[in-house]
Design a protein around this ligand. Structure first.
Ligand code: DC
Length: 225
């Protein structure tokens, strides 16, 4: 099978996109691209600059100086800032809000577009984000839109943050998530909505494995054609 395959996975935060994308990448030998990490890295840069996350003018003015790139490590695209792989500092609740805010700025989206598309032109990829099926890879052979109840998503995110030693309550995670959902899906540019040809997968009551099995059935069906 040498055909270039692109799989787009979109959906709100905590819907299990990265877990599913990692499992798909491992199973099919595809490259996993986490586009949220790119927005988070821009957010981190802006945070380090001391700018407010909604200071559009200041943010746009420093975009040319942001040296963001991606290197491939163990089948995953790892985002680098000034050549250094970014770590968990892009995953804190504050960084999440910064990422959500900067992602509303059209210039930021345009700035990251080529970086997101380039690799998918050369390698079979599974890419997750908010606008992958609608804007970044409109020709992807498989488009999945993952959804889950916000309480389920908040619980998953809370457990992840606990594991990383973050001091947050589940209520805080849920209210942050609701604010972010509104920010991401209510915005004018590239709102997080499913592409017309995306397959909706509600995994509220499903384990990661069960979600993967459903996705695998869909993908295998497309690959067999
Ligand atoms: O997937 P994530 O939670 O790591 O994404 C962080 C933020 O970046 C999210 O609030 C919305 C934004 N984002 C986006 O606007 N478009 C993408 N393709 C990926 C993420």
């Amino acid at each position: 099978m040498n055909k270039l395959i692109n799989i787009a996975i979109d959906g709100p935060s905590g819907s299990g996109k990265s877990t599913l994308a990692s499992m798909i990448a491992a199973h099919y030998g595809f490259i996993y691209i986490d586009t949220g990490a790119m927005y988070r890295t821009v957010g981190l840069y802006i945070q380090r600059k001391g700018f407010a996350s909604d200071d559009k003018e200041a943010i746009v003015s420093v975009l040319p100086e942001i040296n963001i790139d991606m290197v491939l490590m163990n089948g995953k695209g790892v985002v680098t800032l000034d050549g250094v792989p970014v770590g968990d500092e892009i995953r804190t609740p504050k960084s999440s809000m910064y990422a959500s805010d900067v992602s509303k700025i059209p210039e930021v989206r345009a700035f990251l577009l080529d970086l997101q598309r380039d690799i998918a032109k050369r390698r079979s990829t599974v890419m997750d984000g908010r606008d992958i099926g609608t804007v970044i890879l409109p020709d992807a052979q498989v488009k999945l839109f993952l959804i889950a109840d916000d309480t389920v998503r908040a619980h998953r995110r809370y457990m992840e943050l606990l594991e990383k030693g973050e001091k947050v309550t589940e209520e805080e995670v849920l209210s942050d998530m609701r604010r972010r959902d509104k920010n991401d899906s209510g915005r004018e540019v590239c709102p997080a909505v499913a592409a017309k040809d995306a397959i909706l997968l509600d995994n509220s009551g499903l384990s990661a494995e069960a979600t993967f099995e459903k996705a695998k059935e869909i993908i295998d069906g497309v690959l067999a054609k």
